[in-house]
Design a protein around this ligand. Structure first.
Ligand code: AMP
Ligand code: MG
Length: 400
């Protein structure tokens, strides 16, 4: 049996960039992987400007007491004022360029305006309430991190830097299909022995979140012929193939036999729970990942094994989920050779983040995944006592 860590290392070693670079409008890049480092086309902000609604003055014109100054001009955001005449104040608004010669903006709450003049109260210092040109970005500054997935704030910063498009990787085309003669789709009436195909929907959600282009090939019957045909169709259309089920070595499992014919396959028994069987291979040149069929196993193995592989294939860096140490809110007395990924929820108990686990961890019990907000790792050959430190991975790290 392969260890879970060895399996992830192997998959990441196999993953190659499968996407090209394209320029996409900045408004549409959410979740896409940045391909190159953009640079700012401007200084941000472009000019020294006011952080407040108030009055722009010269500090040297203010006395220790209240000072009355005539108002010589009015500058709103988007306007450019005149150089400030000595001994006067400029009415100014947030975001308006500070006029040449002014070195202080006094907020209006510290001022009393009477007709054409203003009384300025309080103590002031050079530069107060002035946002400096280029204090956020200088023209030519590199922004954002290539290999990262673009977030709302990245979109905002790119726009502030004047970038109408960003260089991102093209969407990875991923063909999916489920294997199993017992599977029908929701909306159909279930005959005895039939079950609804859940993995198809779990995978659609997971891959949709990743920003992949999904080629949904539905359900494949448990025959060698059908499996061969569906894999060939998948390989002709997609960059990567992801399937569920049929990766055990039972008489009704055809993935291995089909891949042996069409390419190559490594079938692993990974020392983990849920999930044990996992397949990786190629159909011709097209990478293939075969997830186990049990619904919780499909979900967990996708998140922990397939997702890093797919992210790397999409040009992503930093593809592994972050783990945090939390307190165990449970006991686990059976130390076994398989690493367990248990569905858990984080709660604050006695001021400490504490993982509570779902009582039924069966690999068919999707309720555990719906109840949970993350996964706790129970290491190989280790017993856990309540209060011990355990590693927790939030679903935010695993689901996009
Ligand atoms: P398999 O890996 O094909 O042996 O399937 C393992 C278990 O998962 C069996 O109980 C299957 O009925 C179930 N299963 C396989 N594929 C799906 C699916 N797409 N949706 C729901 N259950 C499935
Ligand atoms: Mg099956």
């Amino acid at each position: 049996m392969l260890s879970a860590d060895a399996c992830i290392d192997y998959l990441l070693g196999e993953a190659r960039l499968l996407c090209t670079v394209e320029a996409v409008p900045t408004s549409e890049v959410l979740g896409r992987v940045l391909a190159e480092t953009p640079v700012s086309t401007v200084n941000v902000p472009p000019l020294d400007n006011s952080a407040m609604d108030g009055y722009a003055v010269r500090l040297e014109d203010l006395s220790a007491d209240a000072t009355t100054l005539p108002i010589s001009q009015r500058i709103a955001a988007g306007q450019i004022g005149q150089p400030l005449q000595a001994g006067t104040a400029a009415r100014i608004f947030t975001g308006a360029p500070v006029p040449q010669g002014a070195d202080v903006v006094v907020m209006q709450e510290q001022c009393d305006q009477h007709g054409d003049s203003v009384i300025i109260n309080g103590q002031h210092r050079i530069g107060q309430n002035i946002r400096r040109a280029g204090e956020d970005l200088k023209r030519g500054d590199p922004i954002l991190q290539p290999g990262s997935r673009l977030r709302p704030q990245d979109m905002g910063q790119a726009a502030s830097a004047g970038l109408a498009t960003l260089p991102v990787y093209s969407r990875l085309k991923i063909a999916i299909f489920s294997t199993g003669d017992e599977l029908i789709n929701p909306g159909e009436a279930a005959a005895p022995g039939q079950i609804y195909n859940s993995n198809r929907f779990t995978l659609m959600g997971l891959l949709g979140g990743l920003g992949a282009e999904i080629i949904d090939l539905g359900t494949c019957p448990d025959t060698l012929e059908a499996t061969l045909g569906t894999l060939q169709q998948a390989a002709s259309q997609a960059d990567v193939i992801v399937t569920s089920g049929g990766v055990s070595v039972g008489e009704e499992d055809y993935i291995k036999a089909a891949l042996d014919e069409l390419g190559e396959v490594a079938m692993w028994r990974v020392a983990m729970k849920p999930g044990k069987p996992l397949a990786y291979g190629r159909v011709g040149d097209t990478p293939f990942i075969g997830l186990p069929g049990n619904p919780v196993s499909t979900f967990v193995t996708f998140c922990l094994f397939a997702r890093p592989f797919l992210l790397k294939s999409m040009g992503g860096s930093d593809v592994l989920p972050r783990r945090i140490s939390v307190s165990a809110g449970f006991d686990s007395k059976r130390a076994g050779p398989r690493r367990e990924y248990v569905r858990a929820r984080l709660e604050h108990i006695d001021g400490k983040p504490t993982a509570i686990i779902y009582q039924h961890q069966g690999s068919g019990v999707l309720t555990s995944t719906v109840w949970a907000d993350g996964i706790v790792i129970l290491p190989e050959n280790t017993t856990i006592n309540r209060g011990d430190s355990v590693e927790y991975i939030s679903f935010e790290q695993l689901i996009d």
